[in-house]
Design a protein. Structure first.
Ligand code: ASP
Length: 323
């Protein structure tokens, strides 16, 4: 309400307030960005069409996440939405495209973390959940726990109305062949992961996987382990990893990278390269995607390739597979 009589002094105060708040409001919306991976590995003997299909899959996912950020949705929404797209694409080893265990079943792991409040959720060894990342988010937001596995996780999904599918949904002749041929030197990886920062400056990270081909039933990798495969801390860094999960767990890779940024003042690319080089020194294959607290990205991998993409509000974007 405007006062009926405005004296000179209060008018001056009002004008001053306007001058101070207008620029603040327009600079409130900070820049945002999203980085994704579709697994590190060899990606060898692929035809041009196959390479293109993987790139298209990455582009579709990053576009969905980016559009969410652009419309002021949270980084958490962007991460979940982009991962759902990748989980529904059988070219990636997560959700529909999950690889087989030694007993020819699919067991999926996923986790998600939110930098705003340091919340995290994870699921492991689920066999009939269409989008494990959405169940991980449900664990984070709707339960007082952080991680659910197997039957308990599947029951939670059922109760929450999260889409369940017949395990047949994940059937893939090609991946079964790969398993059966295996016991050979199969080195395929294709886990998916996303890290994003939104217009509010909040960061989120998520990772989803079918694990490693020929893993023993019940084996759980790094993807659902907070700190190993997924980590985020607002203003510091966010990481999603892919690679030989046992090593990522033992070296707490995702958090280790962010800790080096936080405590050693390294840039994200220095920290990521250091840790990935250390993994290489012990013959552990893998890679990571990283964002810093200002939305700048870094990639590091010690395999010949890592499917990856980046997109930011300042117009930078790319999709790549090989070094
Ligand atoms: N890290 C995943 C696991 O060990 C596999 C991968 O990234 O390809 O389950």
């Amino acid at each position: 309400m405007w006062p009926t009589i405005v004296n000179y002094k209060s008018l001056k105060v009002l004008i001053l307030c306007l001058i101070v708040t207008i620029p603040l409001q327009s600079s409130e919306k900070q820049s945002f960005s999203i980085v994704i991976h579709g697994g590190a590995g060899w990606f060898s003997n692929l035809s041009d069409d196959e390479v293109q299909a993987i790139k298209d899959g990455l582009s579709n996912a990053i576009d969905v996440g980016f559009t969410a950020l652009q419309s002021n949705q949270t980084s958490l929404d962007a991460v979940e939405k982009a991962i759902v797209v990748l989980e529904n694409n059988d070219l990636f080893n997560a959700g529909k495209g999950s690889v087989y265990t030694s007993e020819e079943k699919q067991e999926m792991d996923a986790s998600i973390m939110y930098g705003l409040n340091n919340q995290a959720g994870a699921v492991a060894s689920v066999t009939n959940v269409k989008n494990p990342i959405s169940l991980a988010r449900h664990v984070m937001e709707k339960t007082k726990h952080v991680m659910f596995a197997g039957k308990g996780a599947e029951r939670l999904a059922l109760e929450a109305g999260i889409e369940l599918v017949d395990p047949e949904y994940f059937y893939s002749e090609e991946k079964l062949r790969r398993l059966r041929d295996l016991k050979k030197e199969e080195k395929k990886m294709g886990t998916v992961g996303v890290v994003a920062i939104d217009v509010y400056g909040n960061m989120a990270a998520g990772t989803s996987t079918g694990g490693m081909t020929n893993k023993l039933p019940g084996r759980i990798g790094d993807a659902p382990i907070i700190g190993a495969g997924t980590w985020v801390e607002n203003k510091v860094c966010g990481v999603s990893g892919t690679g030989h999960g046992e090593f990522f767990i033992r070296f707490n890779v995702a958090k280790e990278i962010c800790d080096r940024v936080k405590y050693k003042n390294l840039s994200i690319s220095e920290a990521a390269n250091q840790v990935v080089d250390e993994l290489q020194a012990i013959e552990a294959d893998g890679g990571v995607i990283v964002l810093d607290g200002r939305g700048r990205h870094a990639f590091s991998f010690n395999t010949p390739a890592m499917a990856r993409a980046f997109k930011s509000s300042d117009g930078k974007e790319f999709v790549e597979i090989y070094k």
